[in-house]
Design a protein around this ligand. Structure first.
Ligand code: PEP
Length: 258
């Protein structure tokens, strides 16, 4: 069974509800999505209701994601959002463990494990972001770092839940405005180690978990990453924040797939 191709973007703390809804409806009207492809759009929490109200191509084609979620079902957690609140809006997926949340908001792998169980337990998809910092790369522990993030983040998840799991490999040194673009030869060895760890954790179902690459991807380099044997899609920031940029980067990535 071959793995699907996934392409997604995270708007981070950008866009009002009407801007996100306009993006989403223009994207849904202009993009062509083959049967084995899913797109992911992850606006801020405040845009989710407006985007969910847009007439989409259907959840199987364009998944609506949230940038974070709390692990508790309800309670005294001021400022947090629960899984049932996301479900009530028609959200399909929760992004967990983005490098900015790990760095700025001190999210630990153990926190992410509680979140992963809350999300998967409700039947929502998880996009778990992993990746080493520049310092970890310098010390030669990239594969150890992502293995630890996967083993703790997905601890106790059952093989029967892996159909809801996708991984974004985002080297921290390559993402965002100050990032250094990674080369395909930097990415493949770590992606292969992620694949091995997923197989170790889940057996055969683990080998079917899609691995997306993210970090300074744009139309000029998208195809060089999707041509890699262990990369099944792309997770893109800046280059995909316009509909034109999203489609150009997606099409370049799709064309590069072998
Ligand atoms: C990110 O921050 O997750 C990301 C992939 O950003 P960019 O594509 O802008 O490097």
């Amino acid at each position: 069974m071959s793995r699907p191709f996934l392409f997604g973007t995270n708007f981070k703390m950008n866009q009002t509800p009407s801007e996100s809804a306009a993006f989403y409806s223009r994207l849904a009207a202009s993009v062509t999505i083959p049967p084995d492809v899913s797109l992911i759009v992850i606006p801020p929490f405040t845009s989710l209701a407006a985007v969910a109200a847009v007439d989409r191509q259907g959840p199987e084609s364009i998944w609506l994601g949230a940038q974070n979620v709390h692990w508790a079902s309800e309670g005294a957690y001021t400022g947090e959002i629960s899984v049932s609140m996301l479900l009530a809006l028609g959200v399909d997926l929760a992004l967990l463990g983005h490098a900015e949340r790990r760095r700025e908001f001190h999210e630990t792998d153990a926190d992410l494990n509680k979140k992963a169980h809350a999300v998967l337990g409700a039947g929502l998809r998880v996009l778990l972001a992993v990746g080493e910092t520049a310092e970890e790369r310098t010390f030669g522990v990239s594969t150890e770092t992502v293995a630890r993030q996967l083993k703790i983040g997905l601890h106790g998840v059952g093989p029967e839940q892996t159909g809801l799991v996708q991984i974004a490999y985002e080297p921290v040194w390559s993402i965002g405005a100050g990032g250094t673009p990674a080369r395909p030869e930097d990415v493949q060895p770590v992606a292969a180690s992620i694949r091995n760890t997923l197989a170790e954790l889940f057996g055969d179902p683990g080998t079917q978990i899609p691995i997306l690459y993210g970090g300074s991807v744009d139309p000029s380099n998208a195809g060089s990453f999707t041509a890699l044997p262990d990369i099944d899609g792309l997770f893109v920031g800046r280059a995909a924040w316009t509909v034109e940029g999203f489609i150009a980067t997606y099409e370049a990535g799709l064309a590069g797939r072998k």
